[in-house]
Design a protein around this ligand. Structure first.
Ligand SMILES: [Mg+2]
Length: 233
């Protein structure tokens, strides 16, 4: 069994969702309640703020998630389909791959976005943050996917962000970068198996991957169908 896993935001569906603004609001809420976070050269990301909150101020975590959901609800109202998204999904199926979604977005907002473009029926599995213990770049979502697909001979993760790439890498799954920022990939030492500028190129790439004999087991030693331990890093 082969599996193609897609990220949602900025991969299949685009929206004005501004994760940096979301993180700023979260940080402000945390700091209003519990005092300033240490200054640092770069912004705190959503996943980091959630992790910090969960560890230090668990009572506030629901408020942080409510803030995230508010941003996401507003963004999905103005969402649009990424060009070639439907071709990529149906093309992956036609190439013999099952299709799954792995998104940091909430189940409620994911459902809304998928329904809007009539995409939900194309997926064998939809994994949102409601089903995960930690957001990408944590690989926990792969645990959920691997529980469902027990007999994988090949899998790839397709996403636009280093966050997807790092999560895939930690899970031992090859990453297909869709218009990802090269500087981010380099910084996080992510080596995609392919780089796509157009989603419409994905089906042909999947077909050629199948034809040339993809690795049944990851070069990194990950074991399909079971949660592979992340590399020692
Ligand atoms: Mg994305």
């Amino acid at each position: 069994m082969r599996l193609c896993v897609f990220d949602l935001d900025h991969t299949l569906v685009n929206s004005p969702l501004d994760l940096a603004a979301m993180a700023l609001d979260m940080r402000a809420l945390l700091e209003r309640t519990h005092g300033p976070l240490p200054e640092r050269g770069e912004r705190y990301r959503v996943g980091e703020l959630i992790a910090h909150c969960r560890e230090k101020h668990p009572g506030l975590e629901p408020d942080l998630w409510a803030l995230a959901l508010d941003h996401e609800r507003r963004a999905v109202a103005d969402a649009w389909l990424e060009p070639g998204a439907l071709d990529a999904i149906t093309g992956a199926r036609a190439a013999g791959f099952d299709v799954a979604l792995w998104t940091n977005n909430a189940r409620e907002v994911t459902t809304q976005a998928l329904d809007r473009f009539d995409l939900a029926r194309h997926f064998d599995l939809i994994v949102t943050r409601d089903e995960m213990r930690a957001l990408k770049p944590d690989p926990d979502g792969w645990r959920v996917i691997a529980e469902r697909f027990m007999h994988l001979t090949d899998a790839v993760v397709v996403g636009d962000s280093w966050v997807d790439g790092l999560a895939a890498q930690k899970a031992g799954v090859p990453f297909v970068a869709y218009r990802a920022r090269e500087a981010d990939l380099a910084r996080w030492q992510i080596a995609p198996v392919a780089r796509l500028d157009a989603l419409t190129d994905l089906p042909a790439w999947l077909i050629s991957r199948s034809a040339t004999g993809s690795p049944g087991r990851s070069e990194r030693g990950g074991v399909w169908g079971a949660m592979s331990g992340p590399p020692s890093s």
